[in-house]
Design a protein. Structure first.
Lengths: 255, 233
């Protein structure tokens, strides 16, 4: 991938090309993100592409402190947003960029988009959030798993046995009722994702379906990143065009 | 009770007084003496320092010790810490009508982050939640003087204070001089942009304190005392 950021790069950021690829899977809680990341990882590794996973709250620097802060639930919205930014920057500098430089595919289970949506849902301005994260690398691909709110609700209840405090945005005090709060909060996040889809080039997939057909779509979008043949699956999909008689290398015309 | 007129700088009923300057410029001593004076005159005073929140101080300490921090994470961690301090300790008293004295404010971040190579515009955006103070006292002092004060008091120069992470020099004292020189240059630059009140800090403590008290007095005109607020007029 080309080392390109949304704004001014970080001090010490490598210039030029990074030989790996950065693929982001975004979506609300319950959209099947983590399942799809697992399936995609498997598929890429089978084809021989080294994969490094990343996600939110996984930095060695602050993830523990963020967990602790969440338990106490005593942080203000700006503080929390910045704490997440530390976590992201630490992972970008110490994990994502080195992995990309080494030629790995970095599969990100959520990226700056979730962080921006959460910050804006908690009162930050879009401009503030965008500029805060302008140092982020522009991914090769952002897949957004789009599922209806009622489906997300049922998946959430099945996963946690109830509605999760944070995924219901209870810290926002939108409603004392968790069910109502869930819809209000997820609605705010959805509004932000919808707004980001165009400027940030999301590839939106219908995630109301079971994992298998979604995975098929994911593979179809990811394959072209790995050369014109796009791995094993892509080879089958290359249209068989009749070779031009004058072309000495007919395979180069395909794709 | 006559409500205090809101501050023209930020619109809150309280007053926000900021003390900025290099380490060893004497600003903390001056901030404390000012606080004492205001309290003795029965004003409600709230005092806060840089890097004082429990939340991130542990991470910052650990990160510094293990050399885990880059200019960006260094900057963002301090911003997190400041935001916590701001949301908890600065904004509520400001809204309640206190005189809030800050020993360092967002300007410390502007200066340090710029010296470490972060984009100044990016840093300013991050701190855009912090309102403009009523007054910023900038304690201007030659780097050499801060170094002499430091050596005289036998305080150890810390790794980050000397900017050793920037690799300016292997020698602590030399690195300190270079790094603090950069900070000084940034402070002088901000002084014009952000309208600092420049205090010549290369003087005895008392005349400096007298000057600050003179500067602060007009900011507190018609400002209510604690007695009048808790017991009415």
């Amino acid at each position: 991938m080309v080392s390109r950021t949304y704004g001014t790069p970080l001090p010490g950021m490598p210039k030029g090309r990074l030989s790996g690829k950065l693929i982001v899977i975004e979506g609300a809680d319950g959209s099947g993100r983590t399942t799809e990341v697992g399936l995609l990882r498997e598929w890429l590794e089978v084809q021989g592409h080294p994969v490094v996973d990343t996600g939110l709250r996984r930095s060695t620097l602050v993830s523990e402190e963020i967990d602790r802060a969440k338990q106490g639930n005593t942080l203000g919205a700006t503080t929390m947003a910045l704490f997440y930014a530390v976590d992201f920057a630490d992972q970008l500098e110490n994990k994502i960029i080195p992995a990309l430089a080494a030629g790995s595919t970095v599969l990100a289970d959520r990226y700056i988009y979730t962080l921006m949506a959460r910050a804006v849902a908690r009162g930050a301005s879009r401009e503030w959030a965008q500029e805060l994260y302008e140092f982020a690398l522009v991914p090769d691909l952002v897949i957004f798993l789009d599922a209806r709110m009622d489906i997300l609700l049922h998946r959430s209840i099945m996963k946690y046995g109830s509605l999760d405090y944070w995924e219901s945005g209870m810290d926002l005090c939108l409603s004392p009722d968790r069910f109502d709060s869930y819809f209000l909060y997820q609605g705010r996040l959805k509004k932000e994702f919808d707004w980001m889809a165009q400027p940030y080039g999301f590839q939106t997939l219908d995630a109301n379906r079971t994992p298998a057909p979604v995975h098929t779509d994911v593979k179809r979008i990811v394959a072209p990143l790995y050369g014109k043949n796009g791995g094993r699956l892509g080879r089958r999909r290359v249209p068989r065009e009749p070779p031009e008689p004058t072309d000495p290398a007919p395979s180069a015309a395909a794709g | 009770m006559i409500p205090e007129p809101p501050s023209p700088a930020h619109g809150y009923p309280g007053r926000l007084l900021v003390f900025e300057g290099l380490d060893g410029s004497g600003k903390s001593t001056q901030a404390r003496l000012l606080g004492k004076w205001l309290q003795s005159r029965d004003y409600r005073v709230f005092f806060t320092e840089w890097n004082s929140s429990d939340l991130t101080s542990e991470v910052i300490r650990r990160g510094k010790k293990k050399g885990l921090l880059t200019p960006t994470t260094f900057s963002l961690l301090h911003a997190t810490d400041f935001a916590d301090r701001f949301e908890r300790h600065i904004l509520p008293p400001l809204r309640a009508g206190y005189v809030v004295i800050c020993d360092r404010y967002a300007y410390t971040a502007f200066v340090r982050d710029a010296a470490r190579g972060c984009d100044p515009k990016w840093v300013r955006n991050i701190y855009s939640f912090a309102p403009k103070p009523d007054r910023v006292f900038y304690f201007q002092v030659p780097v050499q003087v801060t170094l002499e004060r430091k050596l005289a008091s036998r305080l150890k120069i810390s790794y980050y204070e000397a900017g050793m992470d920037l690799g300016l020099s292997d020698d602590v004292v030399e690195s300190y001089q270079k790094f603090q020189g950069r900070l000084r240059k940034q402070y002088d630059l901000l002084a014009g942009v952000d309208g600092f009140t420049i205090i010549d800090a290369n003087r005895q403590i008392e005349p400096v304190q007298n000057q600050i008290r003179r500067e602060v007095r007009p900011l507190l005109e018609r400002f209510p005392t604690a007695e009048s607020l808790t017991h009415g007029e």
